[in-house]
Design a protein around this ligand. Structure first.
Ligand code: ATP
Length: 283
């Protein structure tokens, strides 16, 4: 395997690709999953590979919904297992009622078992969905196969890297759906009750941090979430960066709104801070 130097400017991205390629060779990720990742990378590039203030708000609300749910569940496919098994395990440890279920579009018994093994080795127990026993009505794909102890009885379902059909099918059952998908235009993002437009690892880390905070009492169990505003601010954040890039900048500038602590990176090539740019005679 090619050794990638941590000093490479695209180290994280290259490491992630390497991880996914390895998982594809192991039969955990399917080739279609690699293509889906490529699309996500493009959207993350447009976002500046950081969490926007709007996504951070969505992640806070998602943590509260999971916290207040009676039967919260996270649905895991091959890409999610390959990229984030330890983060899913950490979230399940922080919220013991959270169930973890394997759910696959490209399902074979062997693949489901390989994914479950990966999750178990990260410390998750039980792992549901290896022997699903119920079909969700109205879904032609194998995604319809679910576990009666898991997705079939869930009231809040976290669906990272999902397809739109199943999001719709879950909502039709009255399940509150939280999605994680970098594409604000996907059917999933447009259908979910609470779409998080952020990269999987960043989103899970932030949800985990929020779930571990002492619970805040709210007058309602599920605080309302403004999906339309969340989607349009993600599109605006991408648009802003593209506009700046079109003007000749690298596009590597801060996204709209105040930065989210921990995700801000200084970038001198982009012209430094807003104030220093204002002072610059070359602009
Ligand atoms: P839809 O039915 O919702 O329109 P789709 O069929 O286009 O979805 P898939 O092919 O299932 O969607 O792709 C899954 C989605 O997951 C893609 O939109 C992609 O942007 C997103 N995605 C993939 N990897 C990541 C990641 N690491 N973080 C966040 N989003 C991701």
């Amino acid at each position: 395997m090619t050794e990638i130097s941590p000093s490479h400017p695209r180290y994280r991205s290259l490491r992630t690709r390497q991880l996914l390629a390895e998982a594809a060779r192991d039969g955990v990720v399917v080739p279609e999953g690699l293509l889906a990742h490529g699309r996500a990378e493009a959207f993350d590039y447009f976002l500046g590979e950081r969490t926007t203030p709007s996504a951070a708000r969505a992640e806070r609300t998602a943590a509260a919904w999971l916290f207040h749910a009676r039967h919260p569940i996270v649905s895991v496919n091959g890409n999610v297992a390959a990229l984030a098994a330890p983060q899913i395990a950490a979230l399940a440890a922080a919220l013991p009622k959270l169930r973890v279920e394997v759910n696959l579009f490209h399902r074979t018994p062997g693949r489901a078992e390989r994914i479950a093994r990966l999750l178990r080795s990260a410390g998750i127990s039980p792992v549901l969905g290896v022997h699903p026993d119920v079909r969700l009505p109205g879904l032609p794909s194998d995604r319809a196969w679910v576990d009666r102890r898991g997705i079939a009885r869930a009231d809040v379902c976290l669906v990272p890297l999902e397809d739109g059909d199943r999001t719709q099918a879950l909502r039709a059952r009255g399940v509150r759906v939280i999605s994680i998908d970098l594409n604000p235009m996907s059917r999933t993002s447009r259908t979910a009750d609470l779409p998080i437009i952020d990269e999987l690892g960043r989103a899970l880390a932030r949800i985990d941090r929020e779930v571990r905070r002492p619970p805040r009492s709210t007058p309602v169990r599920f605080v309302p979430f403004d999906r339309a505003t969340a989607l349009s601010s993600a599109v605006r954040a991408m648009e802003l960066r593209l506009r700046r890039a079109a003007k000749g900048g690298s596009g590597r500038v801060r996204v709209v709104g105040r930065p989210v602590r921990g995700t801000e990176r200084p970038n001198r090539r982009a012209g430094g801070t807003k104030r220093s740019r204002r002072r610059s005679p070359h602009r």
